[in-house]
Design a binder for this molecule. Structure first.
Ligand SMILES: *Cc1c(COP(=O)(O)O)cnc(C)c1O
Length: 411
């Protein structure tokens, strides 16, 4: 990267040629022509492939890698991921439809989430998808649906563990939680599964998200494997599936350092060997969303106005928080920080200026960059937000202010 690089462009993993960001081997301006409109999200097929290959190299060979679809459920992306990963984890019947349209066998798909409706449970049972049950009521509803269908259900229990994932961006286990069944209630839940004669598969232990600290992930994985090993003797049948969650994060902000997956993989291999005796038939699974797709996507929006207000420069673009809530800082962030941003058709432009990049919405929350030094941009230039492959479009309030939709492409 040369000196004209925008701040924390080190997070950019895409090549640059003739001042243009290249995605899928296509210069950004040409890609925008091909798409036919801004704003759009573009995901790089090759980057997705490479990411999974790199991960596999670092993980124990026998570990199964699942894709958590909610990170990016675009059908073309999910279709591509089906060729790369060992399974899918989904969280709604809507996601299940997209998953089942791919070549991924239903036997490698699991369905988690609190508040699954009877209809969704019934659809999943009919599909042969594994249900990660999150409450006693849900177990009973699954049994009722099985009776109505004349089928049995593959059921795993999602455990709300007594521990939590330290240093996690979003904690989803430990303490009182809406997710899963508390570790302390597991003996009762296992008795109920036995009484209901459900097809017991194993456990799902998911403790959090967006973690960049190898030690925290290693600690949570170790505790998850040990917990499953302790529970094994109480299970109606041997544990066949043990999903130990994921939580692998990606760097977004200056000072974020990428997760050391080599360390994670090595420790996990050792821990799997240490608990093998108690879990002889268990397939060990990790489920990742953001880590697999986050860095492979960008959001592209065009500058439609440029103005000065009391000494500050504002670039007003045709996209904003209605397409990319996370980049505006309103998707669970405590303190707003700038996502990595570039002027995608001026990557080598030497002259910089400090700008605010804002969207077209009538709310002061619609900020994509707050006082960032970027190559001097004009109306018509293309603003790129990196690290946008996960929790982008479908995690945004697209209907807010009745703006046009964004497009999504896989290049
Ligand atoms: C959201 C979620 C994931 C994916 O989390 P990432 O941080 O995107 O990896 C995985 N599993 C479950 C149960 C989830 O709810």
């Amino acid at each position: 990267m040369n000196s004209a690089a925008p701040i924390h462009a080190d997070i950019n993993t895409f090549p640059i040629a003739n001042g243009q960001l290249m995605l899928g081997g296509i210069p950004l301006s040409q890609l925008a022509q091909r798409v036919g409109q801004t704003p759009f999200y573009a995901y790089d097929r090759q980057a997705l492939t490479q990411r999974v290959l790199d991960l596999r190299k670092n993980m124990p060979a026998e570990l199964k890698i699942h894709y958590a679809m909610k990170a990016n459920p675009m059908p073309a992306v999910v279709q591509h991921m089906a060729t790369l990963v060992d399974g899918f984890d989904l969280a709604s019947a809507g996601e299940m439809k997209v998953a089942l349209d791919t070549p991924m066998p239903a036997a490698h798909i699991s369905f988690a989430g609190p508040g699954k409706r009877p209809q969704e449970l019934s659809q999943a049972i009919a599909a042969g998808v594994t249900l990660n049950a999150e409450s006693f009521h849900e177990l009973n509803t699954i049994a009722e649906q099985c009776q109505a269908l004349g089928l049995n259900a593959k059921v795993a229990i999602r455990i709300n563990p007594a521990f939590e994932l330290k240093a996690s961006g979003m904690k989803m286990g430990g303490g009182p939680k809406q997710f899963g069944i508390d570790e302390e209630q597991l003996p009762d839940a296992l008795r109920l599964i036995k009484a209901l004669d459900l097809d017991f598969q194993g456990f799902h232990i998911y403790s959090g998200s967006q973690n960049l600290k190898a030690e925290s992930i290693i600690d949570a994985q170790k505790k998850s494997l040990q917990l499953a090993a302790r529970l094994a003797e109480h299970c109606p049948t041997p544990i066949r599936k043990l999903n130990i969650g994921g939580g692998f994060g990606i760097p977004y902000f200056p000072g974020d350092t990428p997760l050391e997956i080599g360390q994670v993989g090595k420790a996990l291999g050792e821990q799997m060997a240490a608990t093998k005796h108690a879990l002889p038939e268990a397939e060990i699974i990790i489920e990742l969303g953001r880590y697999l797709v986050g860095e492979a996507g960008i959001y592209v929006t065009r500058i439609i106005d440029k103005k000065n207000s009391r000494g500050q420069t504002f670039l007003i673009v045709d996209g904003g928080l209605h397409h990319h809530l996370a980049a505006s800082g309103n998707f669970g962030q405590v303190i707003r920080k700038n996502y990595p941003v570039a002027i995608g058709n001026k990557m080598d432009f030497a002259e910089h200026e400090t700008v605010n990049i804002v969207g077209p919405l009538c709310t002061p929350l619609d900020i994509l960059a707050d006082k960032m030094a970027l190559p001097k941009a004009e109306i018509g230039d293309l603003v790129v937000i990196f690290q946008s492959g996960a929790y982008g479009y479908t995690a945004s309030p697209a209907r807010f202010l009745s703006q046009p939709d964004a497009l999504e492409i896989l290049a």
